[in-house]
Design a protein around this ligand. Sequence first.
Ligand code: VGL
Ligand code: ZN
Length: 227
Amino acid sequence: MKLSNLNLEKHVTPNNNDAILVIDVQNDFIPGGALPVEEADTIIEDINTMTHFFSEKNAKIIFTQDWHPKNHLSFASMHPGKEPGDEFHSEDGSIGPILWPAHCVQGTKGALFHENLKIEHGNLILRKGTNPKIDSYSAFLENDKKTKTGLSGYLTSLDIKRIFISGLALDYCCYFTAIDGMNFGFEVCLIIDLTKGIDQPPNNISNCLKEMDYQGIKFVKMDSIIK
Ligand code: VGL
Ligand code: ZN
């Protein structure tokens, strides 16, 4: 599935039952960081424009932060003989499907939001991936698919019905957040020009887009929200 083949929503107007999630716009995911996502720097200003717009519409704004202890088991360095990018599947899916370079270590510069990201409109900053033995791609559930982050309860208690997803990386944290968001009963809309992907293993982005489409996730471009 290519971006150009997706059915796009037209004319979407955010309201006070909406939230925008800005996923992991942190130094380590920006070119120059430990786990750089290609062109990730190019979407930051537009994300700022979008969160400002959502705040004017009384929608909620949530930033997530990948926030790993330095001995996190998703790091290749924790597995003798393994390199970043190597396949790895722990029994219950808590770590994998590949290993990463050490990234977003708690308290380091790489874990901070990029300096150009405007967070002042944020209602909530949610940190995830803090358990050394369990990764957390999704902002809703850790990778064991059992441990909640609390986000679903937060959104439900504020009467949020629809979530918009932006940020990094399209085929990991944005993807798993979108799928779990659907499973928790939210309408989910991915803002496709406010996200960039890793595309590892090869074709991962295309497979994720196909699966999101199949699951009923909607796709929208920024200019259908802000006209
Ligand atoms: C992410 C890989 C490892 C992400 C986080 O934010 O998409 N990807 N940790
Ligand atoms: Zn991570």
